[in-house]
Design a protein around this ligand. Structure first.
Ligand SMILES: *Cc1c(COP(=O)(O)O)cnc(C)c1O
Length: 379
């Protein structure tokens, strides 16, 4: 049945675009669900425009796949999802200023209680707000420290707060390193200790959660209520150990060739005369730039694209809206052709990992910086 929905094949019609392969999203959802116990629901992280993929289009698809809980970084991100008719629970992971508390109620968002002081501010609104309590078990970012159970109990006693859940966050990455594994275990122990103290005091919190993508693959044995998966869902998880190796990237990034130009030996290309042709060359101008998320650090041969299945290195500086590549050795490149920054072209591929590595960063940063100006197409 679901196939019908994917029949429509689309590609970018504009200057630069993202292609989203929803069959791959379905595949990744299936892998994550198969790893997690049946009682644990996915609560996908669709913050930062769903890691650049497009929050509305991804969340809508996830709704269709039966996902009914999401997390975002800010209240405004949650509002955007509601305006796009996304159903289910939406948890705001980050700080919301008291000036925006009204949005939480109006758009049925759940707010993270960052610490006891913040709980008092939420409570002071004098109207019921649904929240999840954040417990800091070692990340040392947001959350009431696991050691201060007394404060957590005080949060539970705030009369205007509807406590729908409680959660923590792992600080380790998927290294397999025994020290990291021990830290993760100590975070789980700290969280479980808080949960049992709360239960002893007679409180019953409906949902508890601690796993991100790393947590799902490193600790599939855990039996919490939600897994807050982001990067794994998008198939850009940087570990190929075990089942993580079966995840597939959802996103491709492509741009149009806007011009093909002959450059003579000795001429320069682009701003700052950063590139001087050592020979007669053929340059393709691509209609994408750093405003779209192509790192400026890709200038002068650091980054490359695929055109007609062949690699074309970037020449000169990446500009705000345009990028120039060397196509001297690629036959038949024409205005209107497609250049692939992330994804497959013929038998060749530039993976999100390759792209991030060339940029000296991680896939999460590259993806979340993909610009709002890019078209998002479902293929
Ligand atoms: C972003 C985020 C996640 C998702 O992390 P991934 O590593 O992408 O799975 C989960 N929990 C919190 C608190 C986050 O900020």
């Amino acid at each position: 049945m679901w196939r019908n929905h994917y029949q429509k094949k689309a590609t970018g019609t504009g200057r630069a675009w993202i292609e989203l392969d929803m069959v791959r999203l379905l595949h990744n959802v299936g892998i994550l669900r198969s790893i997690l116990p049946g009682t644990c629901q996915l609560m996908p992280a669709v913050k930062a425009n769903a890691y650049g993929h497009g929050a509305a289009v991804i969340s809508r698809e996830l709704n269709r796949l039966g996902v009914s809980a999401f997390c975002v970084a800010s209240a405004v991100e949650g509002v955007e999802l509601r305006k796009k008719k996304i159903k289910g629970e939406i948890l705001v992971l980050g700080y919301t200023d008291p000036e925006q508390f009204h949005l939480l109620r109006r758009y049925r968002l759940m707010q993270t209680v960052i610490d006891y002081g913040y709980a008092k501010k939420l409570n002071a609104l004098g109207k019921r707000i649904t929240v999840h309590i954040k417990v800091d078990t070692g990340m040392r970012r947001l959350g009431e420290p696991a050691e201060s159970v007394e404060n957590i109990l005080k949060i539970l006693k705030c009369e205007n707060l509807v406590i729908a859940g409680i959660y923590s966050h792992f600080s380790a990455q998927d290294s397999g390193d025994p020290v990291d594994c021990a830290i993760t275990q100590s975070q789980i122990d700290g969280f479980n200790n808080v949960l049992s103290r709360i239960r002893e005091e007679g409180f019953d919190i409906p949902k508890a959660h601690i796993q991100n993508s790393y947590g799902v693959f490193a600790r599939p044995d855990l039996t919490f209520d939600y897994a807050r998966v982001g990067i794994a869902l998008y198939g850009a998880y940087q570990s190929s150990r075990g089942e993580a190796g079966a995840l597939l990237p959802v996103l491709s990034l492509k741009a149009r060739v806007s011009a093909v130009k002959a450059v003579r030996a000795g001429e320069t290309v682009g701003y700052g005369r950063a590139f001087a042709a050592g020979r007669d060359m053929k340059i393709a101008v691509l209609s994408i730039g750093y405003a779209d998320g192509i790192p400026r650090a890709f200038s002068c041969g650091v980054g490359r694209v695929l055109i007609n299945g062949k690699p074309a290195p970037i020449v000169g500086c990446v500009c705000m809206d345009q990028t120039t590549v060397d196509v001297t050795d690629i036959d038949g490149v024409m205005q209107g052709d497609v250049a692939v920054f992330i994804g497959r072209d013929g038998g060749a591929e530039i993976s999100i990992m390759d792209f991030a590595e060339a940029a000296g960063t991680i896939p999460n940063e590259v993806l979340s910086r993909l610009g709002g100006r890019l078209e998002r197409c479902v293929i």
